[in-house]
Structures are given as C-alpha cells and as structure tokens.
Write a protein that binds this ligand. Structure first.
Ligand code: PA5
Length: 526
C-alpha cells in the first residue's frame, strides 16, 4: 500500500465533504474495467427503479425511497404530493408538540416512546443516538423494539410517573407485526393503569388500511402518518418512520433530507470512477467474490455512530441474504455485517481481525471533527483525546494492512443531520447496486416472513397445550405425552420448550415436576 496507490484510489467529493479510500483493497488494475459491463447493467436497473419500475418483482412493488428526498422525481404526481404533504404534516405536528399546542393531560410532552422493530426501529434508533443531545433534545426518546417483557418493563420503569407527559409513536408499515402490536398493548395497559386515555397520546405511522391504521382510526388516536407500500422497511428512515421521531426529538430533518438528496445526485451518476456507491459495491464484490465469501466489519471511530453497523446489518443482510437469484436459481447469497466502534473494539475482537482467521474486510468510518467545543484538553503535551482516536484508527488500519487484512475508509467531516442523511443514502444505493451485480432482489424479505409464520405456529401449539392441561386438572403429562394428547406427537421437542417456559412463569397456570433426564419432567395445571 503506497502513496501512489493511495493517490489513484482516494476519492474526495468536495461538495459532500466526504472521502472514500479504496486503496487498501488490493484489486488488480483491470478489475474496475472488467466489471464495467455489469456495473452499467446495475446503473440501468437503478435508473428503471427510480423511474418507477416494479423493482421488487415478488411483491410487485415499486421501490421509491429515493423519491422521499426528491419528491419531484416520483413517477406519479400523486406520489410527489403524498410525500410533500406528509412532510408538511410531520413538521406541523412536531412544531405543535414543541409549542405545547398538542400536549398531554399534565402539560407539554417531555418524553417520546417509539414502538417498532426492524426497519421501523433501527433507523430511528441510529438517528436518535447519532444526533441527540441530553439537554438540547426537545423530547427524551426511548424505544420498544422487541416483545421481551423484561425489556418493556425496563423502559416503562424509566417512564414511571411520566406517562402523562409521554407521546407514543407506534410504527409498523404492515401494521400487523406481533412485537410492535405487543409493545403497543403493554403500553396501553400501562396508560390505563395510570388512569390515562392513551388515544390522546398515541400516534401511528403505518400503511393505509393496515390493522394498526384501523385501530388508530377507530379509537381516534391523536394523529396518523402514512407509510407507503413503495417504501421498504429497511429503507424507510427518510419517510415518516424516521422523520417523525427525529422531528419530535427536535432534529433538523430538512438537513437529513438535503444530505441524502445530495448523495443521491452523486451516486446516481453512471460513471463508475466518480460514483462512491458504485465503487463501494465493486469493493464488496471484489472482497467477497460476489458470493459473501468475507464478512464486512464496520468500524466507525465515533461513539455517535455506534448503531450504524447495526442499522447497516439489517439494510445489507436483509437485502442481500437471499436463497434465490432473479432467475430463480438457488444462490444462497449474503454479506455478513458486524461491528461497533473504535477504538473500543480494539479492546475486544480486533485481536482476531489482526491475527486470526482472515475472513473479513473492514470499513472504517473516520470523522474529522472531534467535538462541538472549540478547544480540547491536552491529555499529553500537544495531544488531545481526538488525536488519540485518530491515532488508534490509523494504527489499526496499518496493523491490519501489514497482515494482509483489507480495508476501506469513508471520511466524514462531522456527524450531523446532513452527513447522516448522506451516509444512509450512500449505503441504500450501494446495497441496491450490489444486489444488481449479484442478480438478486434486494427489496423483499421472505426469510423474515418465514420467521413470523413459524412463531405463529408456536403460539398456536402453546394455546393447545395449555388448554389440554387445564382440561385435565390434577393430571400430569410429560412433554411427549402432552404433544401426543393434542394430536401432534411430532412436536414433542417444541412442547418441551413451551412447557418449560410456562412453568418458569408465574401466572401461566402450569406447574412442573422436575425429573431426570430433564425432558422426562412432568407438567400439570396448577
Ligand atoms: O425491512 C423490513 O421490511 C423488515 O425488517 C420490517 O421493517 C420489520 O419486519 C417490521 O415490519 P413492520 O414495519 O411492518 O412492522
């Protein structure tokens, strides 16, 4: 890795304040040229997508997240109108909440509880963490992003005595996601227990006509914001899904949209050498052989970007991790993503990155601006904390290069609404282009749907087992016996897991008599 290679493969996008360094990816000199036909094909597919083609063939949907920050580009004036009116409604609603025109029973809202999961949580969580301020935020934000009762209790405990001043935003594109529905029901119960009418404090972000939409409409919730079928969950951060919580937090949502639009302009340009998204997609292809042969470790040297890898994990893995290609052939594609932040991770798994199995490439994210305050303390003569942070990033990068471990660096000027909008737009585009390079549909998620269905079958079995136990009071059954009793002897293992869980929880009405081996234990109605 030398200065001359750096000069060839370091790209600075002055208008964006972003740089991309791919010099430490040892692709051969003819690699970009050899990939150019595939890349041009990917640009063409992206152009059709942006023009409103059915780019998600399985679900027969358009894919329109790029229109969210450039409504004039939407293929239908009705869509442009919906985007602009929703944005105006978000702004108006947030302004009224901040001014106290929309308030809780005890005055201005001080807290915001966001309930959602996956694409309906990860973007809002990333933005909240990256751009928030403990004293300047207009509302203090917390999240439910699971159906873990203890997790729910933890968040509700932090809001104890504050529910009257808490605005609740329930986000679900489909409006039928169980985790989100459960979080909503638990919150409604907490409001009732506190003597509060939840309908005066609840807001829905969901698709028109969804289960959630129907509940919100019938109960007369405070407000409803639209989520459209042409926006995918994991690319919905710049729709009402992400913009409403961010606006309520008091963040500059226009700067986020402007940053994304500016990045879109650069990454829409079909000249590979000048397009950072195309170059990144090609680096993914080079690093992984276009088959996910290596993992992508995302290492931002910035605390505020801690959640970026988690956000990217969903965006990339849910988009790229697919069994079939567009021709219906089994390909089992994927690109594993993990990481937290530097230099913290240097004291965790970076040891393995340098010396262990070489099955990854790193994407470093460097942020030039250290902090808001003008001056920094000298922790050693002439040296600040920020100097150390950069030293650790550069040192780790070199230490990895020395051992033939490859890396990319993206450099941002700062972490701001604009740069975060850019980063989100950049990776949305990279993911879409890469999906075209490897010939898969990035915009559906059959695996997620399969998990949801399987969970439904478990719940159905749980109900049968509980009913069978309660119908035979005083009688004890092993898991195997009870599974047979309800007509599904092949589900003995599932029955064992379900009964163990029931017996561990007060109020389930199931008592266990432990036996050895554990799976011979018996259960009865208590
Ligand atoms: O990206 C996706 O489509 C998924 O991760 C969804 O966002 C997630 O399943 C939540 O779905 P919904 O917003 O419909 O509740």
């Amino acid at each position: 890795m030398n200065w001359s290679r750096f000069k060839t493969h370091f790209h600075h996008y002055a208008d964006l304040g972003v740089s991309l360094d791919i010099s430490r990816m040892p692709f051969p000199d003819d690699f970009l040229a050899s990939m150019e036909p595939q890349m041009q094909h990917a640009f063409e597919a992206m152009k059709r997508l942006e023009a409103g083609a059915i780019a998600n063939p399985d679900e027969k949907r358009m894919v329109g997240h790029y229109w969210l920050r450039a409504p004039q580009l939407a293929p239908d004036p009705a869509i442009s109108h919906e985007i602009t009116t929703t944005l105006a409604a978000i702004r108006e609603f947030a302004a009224k909440v901040h001014a106290g025109g929309i308030a809780g029973p005890k005055g201005k809202f001080k807290h915001l509880l966001v309930i959602g999961i996956g694409g309906s949580a990860l973007g809002p969580q990333l933005v909240h963490h990256a751009l928030g301020h403990p004293r300047k935020d207009k509302l203090a934000v917390s999240f439910f992003d699971n159906t873990d009762p203890d997790g729910i209790d933890y968040v509700l405990a932090s809001l104890r005595g504050q529910l009257a001043r808490t605005l609740v935003v329930v986000i679900s594109k489909s409006g039928g996601t169980a985790e989100t529905r459960n979080g909503m029901l638990e919150t409604i119960a907490a409001f009732r227990a506190a003597g509060l009418d939840h309908t005066k404090q609840f807001v829905a972000v969901t698709g028109a006509g969804s289960k959630l939409d129907v509940i919100a409409r019938q109960e007369g919730w405070l407000a409803r914001f639209a989520m459209w079928d042409w926006v995918g969950g994991r690319t919905s951060e710049l729709s009402a899904v992400g913009l409403l919580p961010a606006a309520l937090q008091g963040l500059d949502i226009q700067a986020m949209l402007d940053g994304a639009a500016a990045m879109d302009e650069v990454t829409r340009y079909p000249v590979t050498a000048q397009n950072p998204a195309a170059l990144l997609a090609l680096m993914w292809y080079f690093a992984t052989n276009g088959r996910g042969a290596k993992d992508m470790v995302v290492l931002p040297y910035k605390d505020r970007l801690l959640l970026f890898s988690r956000y990217l994990q969903q965006l990339v893995m849910e988009s790229i991790g697919k069994e079939f290609d567009l021709e219906g052939r089994v390909v089992n594609q994927g690109l594993a993503v993990y990481g937290n932040k530097g230099s913290t991770d240097q004291h965790a798994y970076v040891q393995q990155l340098r010396e262990g199995v070489n099955n990854f490439f790193v994407t470093f994210i460097e942020v030039l601006k250290d902090r808001e305050a003008k001056a920094s303390l000298e922790v050693e003569p002439g040296v600040t904390c920020g100097d150390f942070l950069q030293g650790f990033y550069l040192g780790t990068r070199d230490a990895l290069s020395e051992k033939d471990r490859h890396s990319i660096t993206i450099t941002l000027t700062d972490v701001s609404p604009r740069s975060l909008g850019m980063l989100i737009a950049l990776y949305e585009r990279v993911t879409g282009l890469y999906a075209s390079l490897v010939g898969i549909n990035a915009y559906h998620q059959p695996g997620v749907e399969a998990g949801k269905k399987a969970a439904g079958a478990v719940i159905a079995l749980k109900l049968k087992l509980a009913a069978a136990l309660h119908a035979a009071p005083g009688q004890s059954f092993s898991a195997e016996q009870l599974a047979a009793q309800v007509g599904t002897p092949e589900k003995a293992e599932l029955a064992f897991k379900i009964l163990e869980h029931l017996a561990a929880n007060k109020g389930s009405g199931v008592k266990k008599r432990a036996r050895s081996p554990a799976f011979a234990s018996t259960y009865r109605s208590s």
